[in-house]
Design a protein. Sequence first.
Length: 142
Amino acid sequence: MADSLAQYRKKPLPEAMVKPKDSEEYVAYAGKDRVERLRIRRALAPTRAPRYLHLQDMSYDGDYGTNFVLVYDFMLVLVRGKNLQALISALESSAVDFIQEFHPDLWEKPADDAPFIESIEIVMPENSPMGDEPEDGNRKRH
């Protein structure tokens, strides 16, 4: 029997990198009012979208703006970059829609004074139901 709804079903994305449609130029983050989830876009890994409700703590390097850690009960999000002071402030107010890791195959490098996320690493506990396969014995990295 033919599937009459097949034309309306979403087709899976290829395994290749997909440039987000929000912007042709790289932007490290974008904010808006009333954000329930923080979309964490990594260049070579799946996007995650945890709820702000689950954000337990945030650690950062003061006024330097080069790194921060978002602490959830089910994962840690380690972010490294530069000029991240405004992003950190917006995260403290739960006003960031997404953060986005830079990848040179997708965008031109932004200006030296622009916010720039060099890497986003997600670390998950060993027994987390949200992770994939463990990379080492104690925790999962994605």
